[in-house]
Design a protein around this ligand. Sequence first.
Ligand SMILES: Nc1ncnc2c1ncn2[C@@H]1O[C@H](COP(=O)(O)OP(=O)(O)OP(=O)(O)O)[C@@H](O)[C@H]1O
Length: 265
Amino acid sequence: MYGVTTAGPPRAAEALRLEALTKVYEGTSRPVTALDAVSLTLPAGSFTSVMGPSGSGKSTLLQCAAGLETPTSGRVLVGGEELPSGGEAAVTRFRRGRVGFVFQQYNLVPYLTVAQNVTLPQRLAGRRPARKECATVLGVLGISELAERRPAELSGGQQQRVAIARALVSRPAVLFADEPTGALDTASGRQVLRLLQEAVREFGQTVVMVTHDPVAAACAESVVFLADGRIVDRLAAPDADEVARRMTRLDEVVASRHAGTGAAR
Ligand SMILES: Nc1ncnc2c1ncn2[C@@H]1O[C@H](COP(=O)(O)OP(=O)(O)OP(=O)(O)O)[C@@H](O)[C@H]1O
């Protein structure tokens, strides 16, 4: 209802909040701090790229934020609700309703059709597959005509578009994508990026994408740069040349720091 008073000024809904997120891998030789007290807030409907040198913690950030890895400390809030800290079942339940994930490999089930792949998460969650939603998402992503095909009958780019449709169909609070164009040729990669932009525009989807490609990163509205597990830079309204410049600088800084300490990444 309009006119209801709320505490504080109105602000865009928060899709993702990370508070002092830390992840230490207890390796066989020595512990590795992959994330070092990372704090980040992203509004709903935003498209953010995450970049950084190899080993800077990008994938770990995505995995912890999506509940696929357990952080060592810190908090993750998705759509305003805190990721439960204990119990695989509780985390899985939490993830199902709020989180979508797209990997570099498409992870489609080979013996299911495109439509069945897209609705699989809903069936796994014990819900009736929403055929209308599925048709809408396939339509918006321009792959309706592929609905009855099986993954082996699709190109890599088409398979990735199906994987994105599958992640979008339950309308997650956040769609995480880890190198979604990494295995694709340039043209298919561009298509996938356009799709992600469309999901933001058409569905108000929040997207967080890890990439090594400055051109891909510049498709987002902002870029977060990581180095040694910390956010060290941010860029709004990025263009590919500026992203590439900042990455080169960051690579040099990290390389000289590591040369100084003798640390391996
Ligand atoms: N399961 C694991 N066990 C131990 N160490 C790990 C594990 N996963 C990642 N690491 C370490 O954590 C650090 C961050 O890794 P992460 O994969 O998040 O980096 P990244 O920025 O995604 O790297 P890349 O760009 O090369 O994919 C690295 O030093 C890595 O070796």
